[in-house]
Design a protein around this ligand. Structure first.
Ligand code: FA5
Length: 340
C-alpha cells in the first residue's frame, strides 16, 4: 500500500513536468501501460491472501483511475496552451502602418514604342525586325553608302573584330524588308542602335530609333508628311510644332530632317536643344532608286517613303527629360519617377 502512495506521488510530479505531447505519451506508456508497474501489480493481486486482495484491488484500480484523469487533465491543459501560443503568434495588428508594395512598371521607352506600334498597326503597318549586329551590305552598301563614301563618316560606327557592324541605324531593316517581302508594303521597325559618339545631353552611344517604310505606286512627300504628323501628335498626346529642313541621306531623294519644338525649355533654348529651341527628331525622304535596285526591285514601278525617328529623343520630349544619359544610367530613381 505504501508503494502505491510513493508511486502515485512520483507519477503525478513527473506528469506535472511533462511539457509536450512526446513527454506525455512517454509518461502514459511507463505509468499506465500494460507493462508498467501498476499493471504488473494488478496482475499480481491474485497471489495475495483473500483478505488483502480485495482492499489492494480497490486501491490499485482507484489509483489507476486517478492517474488516467490526471493524464487527461494534463493533456487538455497542454493542448490549450499550444493553441494560446499559436494564436499569440498569429496575432495581426490591424493598426500597424502599411508599407506599400512597389509594383513594377514598363520603362518609358517601352511605353512609347508600344504606343507608336499601335498607332502604326492602326494605319495598316506591320512590325518589322532585324539583327543588332549587321553586315556592311545591310547597314551601308545597299543603302547607297558604298565603301569609301563620305556618308560613312556621318555615323561613327562600332565594328566587331570579325568586321561586322553594330547597326548605326534601323535603316538596315529597310533592306532586309525589301529583300524579303514583295511590295506594296508598310512597316515599322523599332529597335536599338549604336554609335561611337561624343556623349552629351542629347547624344548617347546606345539609343533607340523607329524606322518606317512605305512602298507602293505613286507615293509622294505629301503622303509622308501626313503619316509623320499623325504619328507625332498621337505619340506626344498633344499638338506638335514641327519644322522640316532639307537634308542629305544617301538612301532617300529628296531627304529631310524633321525637328520638334523642344519641350524641356518650350523653345526658349536649353542644354537639350543646344539653345536652338528645336530637337532634331527624325530623318526622312523618298526611297532612293538605287535602294530599290539593290533589292532587285523596279525603281520605275515602285516609289516609297522612309523615315528614321529618334525614339529616345521623342521620349525625352514627351516626359520633359533633360538628359538622354539618364536612360542608360541604371539609376532607379529616374525610372521610378516616370513609372505608373
Ligand atoms: C539616320 O539614322 C537615318 N537612318 C534616318 C533616316 C531614315 C533618314 C530613313 C531617311 C530615311 P540620323 O543619323 O539623323 O539619321 O538619326 C536619326 C535620328 O536619331 C535623329 O534625328 C535623332 O533623333 C536620333 N539620333 C541620332 N544620333 C543620336 C544619338 N547619338 N543619341 C540619341 N539620338 C540620336
Amino acid at each position: 500500500m505504501k508503494e502505491f502512495d510513493i508511486f502515485e506521488a512520483e507519477a503525478l510530479a513527473e506528469l506535472a513536468s511533462a511539457a509536450d505531447t512526446p513527454a506525455l505519451e512517454d509518461w502514459k506508456a511507463r505509468r499506465l501501460g500494460k507493462k508498467g508497474p501498476l499493471s504488473e501489480a494488478l496482475k499480481r493481486l491474485k497471489d495475495l491472501p483473500e483478505a488483502e486482495r480485495r482492499e489492494a484491488g480497490v486501491r490499485a484500480n482507484a489509483l489507476k483511475e486517478r492517474l488516467a484523469r490526471a493524464f487527461e487533465a494534463r493533456s487538455h491543459a497542454l493542448a490549450e496552451r499550444a493553441i494560446a501560443t499559436q494564436l499569440e503568434g498569429e496575432w495581426l495588428d490591424l493598426s500597424a502602418p502599411v508599407v506599400p508594395a512597389r509594383a513594377g512598371h514598363l520603362h518609358p521607352l517601352t511605353v512609347v514604342a508600344r504606343e507608336l506600334e499601335d498607332i502604326f498597326i492602326g494605319m495598316g503597318f506591320s512590325i518589322l525586325d532585324g539583327p543588332l549586329v549587321e553586315d556592311d551590305w545591310h547597314n551601308f552598301e545597299a543603302l547607297n553608302i558604298p565603301p569609301g563614301h563620305p556618308a560613312r563618316d556621318m555615323q561613327d560606327t562600332f565594328f566587331t573584330t570579325a568586321g561586322a557592324v553594330l547597326r548605326t541605324h534601323t535603316s538596315s531593316v529597310q533592306i532586309r524588308t525589301l529583300e524579303k517581302y514583295p511590295p506594296p508594303l508598310r512597316g515599322v521597325a523599332p529597335g536599338r542602335v549604336f554609335r561611337c559618339e561624343e556623349l552629351d545631353a542629347s547624344h548617347e552611344h546606345t539609343f533607340y530609333q523607329i524606322e518606317g517604310l512605305v512602298v507602293d505606286r505613286d507615293i509622294s512627300v505629301a503622303h509622308m508628311l501626313y503619316f509623320l504628323k499623325t504619328m507625332l501628335a498621337a505619340a506626344l498626346h498633344r499638338d506638335v510644332e514641327v519644322r522640316l529642313r532639307h537634308s542629305y541621306f544617301p538612301f532617300v531623294e529628296p531627304g529631310f530632317e524633321l525637328d520638334l519644338r523642344c519641350s524641356a525649355c518650350t523653345g526658349k533654348g536649353c542644354s537639350v536643344c543646344k539653345q536652338s529651341g528645336w530637337i532634331e527628331t527624325l530623318g526622312c525622304g523618298l526611297v532612293h532608286p538605287k535602294v530599290f535596285k539593290a533589292c532587285k526591285l523596279d525603281a520605275d514601278e515602285w516609289s516609297g517613303f522612309a523615315f528614321g525617328l529618334g525614339l529616345s529623343r521623342l521620349v525625352m520630349n514627351r516626359y520633359g527629360i533633360d538628359d538622354i544619359r539618364h536612360f542608360m544610367s541604371g539609376d532607379l530613381r529616374f525610372v521610378r519617377q516616370l513609372g505608373g
